[in-house]
Design a protein around this ligand. Structure first.
Ligand code: ACM
Ligand code: ZN
Length: 530
């Protein structure tokens, strides 16, 4: 595949005199680009975008593009019904759902998409070409389709809260990189962030913590109350905003661990029913949902009943990671449950917990995703695993016939440092070291046979925010590593780190135009290597 692309570039070079630095620079790299460059097309102030039919999603996609281009290129493109127009959009069902063709010729720009989503991606590529060339574009053809159907990014809004405008800005970032899943981590020990009408204390009490520890769990606290949550109206607004950009929002409601904030709001949910608090330090806490009492399941199902009303996503994430078992070991109700259900131990009790939630979700037409710990003690055939403790869990799950999203902390944890010696150079982080090159090198199919590959749905970058109190810091951690992971997800079999460097120089212009913070280190190493 790589050879084919390079030969296409070589052809372009040979045929037209487009210099190497003038080759199209789209991130993630398309399947095929032929830049004959023999002609040009200039997009002018009065240019129009035509639509094939009165399709609401398509019209919105075109309007979003026009608004973006007004900001970035100072052009006021008009969305019109039918041709004549300079940018002509068409749906071509013979292409794959997310596939598109982009054709720039002297007569104008044609974009065909397998669906409105495909057209949206074609428009994102055109946006990048405009940032690269300005309004006079060389003639070229792009054929493109993604490698993986699930291309995700997770933002932890439990440890720190981000406003709806910031969430929308995050979604814009994902759209630019052709990422199609926003995994919204909404509940944590340090804060419950989603309004649940039936249980108002979840947000009244659970969304607020008394203060926040300083640094990496130092003995010192900031003494400042911290909190925030999303109303259901805001959640609907975010889901709709993402949908217009062909991004599905996958909500995560954590269980049975990372539950301190829920227990602080409703102490009957814990094993002892004693005083719980919204945590003010980072880490893993022994206060978890009681797996013995029926009232826990009733509560969580009522919560999920509201969640599935808000989120059309087929997949609902129930967490399942880092659930200490000590309170279950000494809880009479949990121990009774183990005996009644003939379970071997507390790991099987966790499986029982997750299976019950999965059954409920399935009965309501949804599917369950959990972190790889849900493999311990056994899982159903239908659960999807998010592999985070390396790829081991994901590999085991794929071998067992379960679907997998690869998000190993060896490559996909965007809260890790980006340089080898971050002291005094990078803002505070959780530790670790994942430079752009490392993220870029992720092989989601590592160790898998051809027969096991189809179980890998895709890849995801995770942004845990213990040490990110501001959205500027989130952007700095996300960029440009998110671009590297986007290229893994979209362009798995045609990656080339050298060419990625070349293309990122152009994508960086869009980061700047949009005012996104990005980490400079990757660009500095490129400059040093010149
Ligand atoms: C995780 O990082 N605890 C999923
Ligand atoms: Zn219990």
């Amino acid at each position: 595949m790589k050879k084919l692309i390079l030969s296409a570039f070589a052809l372009a070079l040979a045929g037209t005199g487009l210099a190497a630095e003038e080759l199209p620079a789209i991130v993630p790299i398309p399947q095929k680009v032929v830049a004959d460059g023999t002609q040009t097309f200039t997009l002018t102030e009065s240019a129009r975008i035509s639509l094939p039919r009165a399709d609401k999603a398509l019209r919105r996609a075109a309007e979003i593009f026009a608004r973006t281009i007004a900001r970035e290129e100072n052009l006021q493109l008009k969305v019109v019904g039918k041709s004549p127009a300079e940018i002509r959009l068409a749906v071509d069902p013979s292409l794959g759902e997310e596939a598109y063709r982009l054709d720039i010729a002297a007569s104008g720009i044609d974009i065909r998409g397998g669906s409105p989503a495909g057209l949206f991606y074609g428009l994102q590529s055109l946006r990048q070409l405009l940032a690269q060339y300005g309004t006079t574009l060389p003639s070229l053809q792009v054929e493109d389709a993604p490698s993986f159907g699930y291309r995700g990014a997770m933002l932890d809004c439990g440890r720190h809260f981000f406003t709806v405008d910031e969430i929308k800005s995050f979604i814009d970032l994902l759209a630019l990189h052709k990422i199609n899943r926003f995994h919204w981590h909404l509940t944590e020990d340090q804060g419950w962030r989603i309004e649940i009408r039936r249980y108002p204390e979840l947000t009244r009490i659970g969304s607020q913590r008394a203060e926040t520890v300083l640094g990496n769990n130092s003995p010192v606290y900031d003494g400042t109350p911290y909190g925030g949550y999303y109303t259901q109206k805001q959640v609907r607004d975010v889901v709709a905003y993402a949908a217009e950009r062909f991004i599905v929002v996958v909500p995560e409601i954590e269980m049975p661990g990372h539950a301190s904030a829920a227990l602080a709001a409703y102490p009957f949910l814990g094993c002892t029913g004693e005083e719980y608090k919204v945590q003010t330090r980072w880490g893993v806490f022994p206060e978890v949902f009681c797996a013995g009492k029926e009232s826990t399941f009733e509560f969580l199902q009522n919560v999920l009943a509201e969640v599935i009303e808000l989120f059309p996503s087929e997949y609902i994430h129930v967490g399942g990671d880092e659930c200490p078992k000590q309170s279950w070991k000494v809880c009479p109700a949990c121990q009774q449950r183990i005996r009644d259900e003939h379970l071997k131990d507390e790991h099987e009790l966790q499986s029982y917990f997750v299976l019950r939630m999965e059954k409920w979700l399935n009965e309501h037409g949804r599917r369950l995703i959990g972190w790889d710990e849900i493999l311990e003690g056994g899982i159903s055939q239908s659960a999807t695993i998010m592999s985070w403790r390396g790829a081991t869990g994901g590999i085991a799950a794929a071998r067992a016939g379960n679907k997998v999203i690869m998000t190993p902390n060896t490559h996909c944890y965007l809260d890790y440092y980006q340089t080898e010696h971050p002291e005094g150079r990078e803002p505070w982080g959780i530790g670790g070291y994942i430079p752009v090159e490392k993220a870029y090198a992720l092989d989601p199919y590592d160790q898998l046979t051809d027969a096991e590959r189809p179980y890998i749905l895709g890849v995801q970058g995770n942004i845990w925010t213990e040490y990110m109190g501001s959205f500027a810091h989130v952007q700095h951690m996300a960029l440009p590593r998110l671009a590297a992971l986007a290229e893994v997800g979209w362009s798995y079999d045609r990656r080339d780190i050298g060419d990625f460097r070349r293309r990122m120089e152009h994508l960086r212009k869009i980061y700047r135009m949009c005012g996104y913070r990005y980490a400079p280190y990757f660009f500095e190493t490129a400059e040093a290597g010149k």
